[in-house]
Design a protein around this ligand. Structure first.
Ligand code: PMP
Length: 406
């Protein structure tokens, strides 16, 4: 069994010292994870051994680049247990995946008076595209509420669904609260009303098992950079039956079969959604990230996340003045907190002095902050490289901050 020290050695950035000579304590993996050496080396490896444009050249190098790119598609398909590689669309991230579904699937079927349901805890990426679409189409966005623990009120879902509803869009895990949502149940209820479901899996894919067939979701969106892979990579999974009937999202080279000045015809899945030159190097890096996760084992990663969550939660509950925002029964390795009336930005600036990187603010989830009537939180989020020792150090520094600002 690999030790945490061995894992940490694989992340070059964690080895370095900051300007004050402190080792970095990185607790912002929900924003983006650090990258293991395998991913970083794969990027260089791609450019030094394989670089060529894909799906067009007939020479060996281009064919190798294309083969590797398509191999990654199959690897991702298996990673999320999708049925076919054609259901995997490479995009730049969760944000683009959601916008793709908004533009290509929902927009053409959304009429005035129709509805889209989102949850009360969505990241802006899975809220604003729906809100803007509803505004454009004179449709209505319905909000599935949450309770004071930061849990979705599942019993309210059926009341929001009707023949008018065109989509339910919900996060698998809230980036602001850490809540793991009952996605499978949400999908099952929505399907009883014939409504498809898009799941924002940005905070799940790198940390817990993802099985889109078991969830039976219609779309699943996630980002490579939150699962130890490169920035600018992401995946939209869609059930073939939806992707087939959807119009392309962007138009250009390599997504067309035939082009005349009057009209064009488009390629089959998945290529009709991948216009232009994709992030080939990034996808190569993503391949290494998924291999890295699979090598460690997603169950191992998931258990590590729960262990750190439980350890830190217990510690925080013992500090007077700390309130954990989001106390759902089912949580992932994300803790949002407030400390007395210390502004989260003051807290994070203070912690930065001790080499600790945490996120402060609204975490692109302003409605969540409004619900809890707070300006923001200090958010601690874990990756596979974090240790209980780092949590002890964080707790000490937060206690110092509370004294300092008293
Ligand atoms: N959804 C959730 C739950 C997120 O945490 C994030 C990133 N913070 C996003 C969507 C957007 O991801 P990206 O910026 O990679 O597109």
């Amino acid at each position: 069994m690999i030790t945490i020290e061995e894992i940490r050695k694989e992340f070059p950035l964690l080895e370095g010292l900051n300007q004050d000579g402190c080792k970095l304590v990185y607790l912002d993996s929900a924003a983006t994870t650090q990258k293991p050496r395998q991913v970083i080396e794969q990027l260089t490896n791609y450019y030094t051994t394989t670089n060529a444009n894909i799906h067009r050249g007939t020479y060996d190098l281009a064919e190798k680049a294309t083969r590797d790119f398509e191999k990654t598609r199959t690897q991702i398909q298996q990673f999320i247990h999708a049925e076919k590689p054609e259901e995997i669309i490479f995009v730049s991230g969760t944000t683009e995946a959601v916008n793709l579904v908004a533009d290509s699937y929902v927009e053409p079927i959304l009429n005035a008076g129709n509805e889209i349901v989102v949850s009360a805890m969505e990241h802006h990426s899975n809220l604003v595209p729906w809100q803007q679409l509803c505004l454009r189409k004179n449709a209505k966005m319905q909000v599935l509420p949450m309770n004071e623990q930061g849990e979705i009120r599942l019993e309210k879902l059926a009341d929001l669904l009707s023949g008018k509803t065109k989509l339910v869009a919900v996060s698998h895990i809230s980036n602001a609260l850490g809540t793991i949502n009952p996605v499978k149940e949400i999908v099952s209820i929505a399907h009883e009303y014939g409504v498809p479901v898009l799941v924002d899996g940005a905070q799940n894919a790198g940390h817990h098992r993802t099985d889109v067939v078991d969830l039976d979701c219609d779309f699943y969106a996630f980002s490579g950079h939150k699962m130890y892979g490169p920035t600018g990579t992401g995946i939209l999974y869609g059930k073939e039956k939806w992707l087939e009937q959807m119009r392309p999202y962007r138009y250009g080279g390599e997504m067309v079969k035939a082009v005349r000045f009057e009209k064009s015809s488009f390629k089959e899945l998945p290529h009709k959604f991948e216009a232009g030159t994709p992030n080939i190097a990034g996808v190569a890096g993503l391949q290494a990230a998924v291999a890295y996760i699979e090598n460690l084992g997603i169950e191992y990663i998931s258990e590590h996340s729960y262990a750190l969550l439980n350890y830190a939660t217990e510690k925080f509950l013992q500090i007077r003045g700390i309130t954990i925002i989001g106390q759902a029964a089912s949580k992932s390795g994300i803790i949002s907190l407030t400390a007395k009336d210390i502004h989260p930005h003051d807290m994070s600036t203070f912690l930065n002095e001790y080499g600790i990187a945490v996120r402060a603010g609204h975490h692109c989830s302003l409605p969540v902050m409004e619900f809890f009537k707070i300006p923001g939180t200090t958010r601690i989020s874990f990756g596979i490289y974090n240790t209980t020792k780092e949590i002890d150090y964080l707790v000490q520094c937060i206690e110092k901050a509370i004294k300092y600002f008293a």
